[in-house]
Design a protein around this ligand. Structure first.
Ligand code: SF4
Length: 345
């Protein structure tokens, strides 16, 4: 299929079948495209919509995001996971607002130099937000192109990834970039779906190699399976006489960086020493149901421990990285979903 024929087919399809009512499409601005693209990484549209709407209510402009406290930004991200995305959003907002006169750059190179913006996100901001030509290669587009051109192998491998980028660039149009980029995302989400591609309704079926071979399910190639390692920890729900639970803030980088979490220990025998270091004395303790949270690279098996404590000194109120969390009057803090869930028990 010639690129022009491909583009025409995709654009025609988009006119009748594409999505035009997503919250970030009304109105379309580089800022809103950027926020939606970052939220949509590894996350479904239906999950993202309420997060996006709340985020825009609180941070309607790049200046408002740049000026917000990081805790407030992470609070809006609670439950979306991959929190480095939120920390990078905040950093990029500060660079664009304070060093770039509140104007996003419009080249792929300059966009991709900002924290948290990769080549595909840069392409989406340029093509949708600025209506200028740039290819994208998000998860949906990878799947469409891998099937269309029958590209073997897992797209996580550099050679496969580069091949897919070559195709994305070759088929990308010079005009109607906003519609074309959105159309390719929609085609992957609505027609060329992971499990049940609707090839009969697909505008590029006549040129699709996977369809011709009846081998749609083989593309894109799967990630080689590797058993995830398991790590174990105990989460301490340290509860004072008022019923408040102690939270501590993680360092800004690393796992759950910058988020408020429960104190952890590796062995039950560490409980007394940990409490003493916080100026607390253990009155009683009760283990709760063990649970598992899976990260991209390991499983975390955690045992929550409810511990009634007595405050022996004022260590906690003087420490900016510790807070007594009142569950009746919750503060706007960024928290990982498993911690938030434990606080509702
Ligand atoms: S023909 Fe089928 S497999 Fe090929 S791109 Fe269209 S939906 Fe996907």
């Amino acid at each position: 299929m010639h690129p022009q024929e491909f583009q025409r087919a995709v654009l025609d399809w988009y006119q009748h079948q594409g999505r035009t009512n997503l919250p970030w499409q009304n109105p379309i601005t580089p800022y809103r495209v950027w926020i939606s693209e970052i939220m949509l990484q590894q996350t479904q549209v239906s999950t993202v919509i309420p997060y996006f709407e709340r985020f825009m209510n609180s941070f309607p402009t790049i200046e408002s995001l740049a000026e917000a406290h990081i805790d407030e930004v992470l609070h809006h991200w609670t439950g979306l996971g991959y929190y480095a995305r939120a920390r990078n959003l905040h950093k990029t907002a500060q660079i664009v607002a304070f060093e770039m006169n509140q104007q996003f750059p419009d080249t792929v190179e300059a966009l991709a130099a900002l924290p948290g913006i990769g080549r595909s996100t840069a392409g989406a901001i340029r093509s949708i937000g600025f209506r200028k030509p740039a290819a994208i290669l998000d998860g949906n587009v990878k799947r469409v192109l891998a099937r269309f051109a029958a590209i073997d192998g897992w797209p996580g491998k550099t050679a496969v990834h580069n091949q897919l980028w070559d195709i994305a660039e070759r088929y990308n149009p010079e005009q109607h970039t906003q519609e074309y980029t959105q159309a390719m995302m929609d085609l992957g989400a609505l027609v060329c779906s992971k499990k049940t591609p609707q090839c009969d309704a697909c505008p590029i079926a006549t040129g699709c190699k996977a369809f011709a071979e009846g081998r749609q399910s083989l593309y894109p190639g799967k990630k080689p399976k590797k058993a995830l390692p398991v790590r174990e920890t105990l989460f301490l729900l340290l509860r004072n006489a008022r019923g408040d639970i102690l939270l501590q803030k993680n360092p800004p980088t690393g796992l759950w960086g910058g988020l408020w979490v429960l104190p952890q220990i590796q062995q039950p025998s560490e409980l007394d020493v940990t409490c003493e270091s916080l100026g607390l004395r253990v009155k009683s303790k009760a283990p709760m149901q063990k649970q598992r949270h899976t990260f991209s690279h390991f499983h975390l098996d955690y045992q929550p421990l409810m511990v009634e404590v007595e405050e022996c000194c004022n260590n906690i109120n003087e420490n900016t990285h510790l807070v007594w969390y009142n569950r009746e009057k919750p503060l706007s803090l960024g928290m990982p979903a498993p911690i938030k869930a434990l606080l509702t028990i």
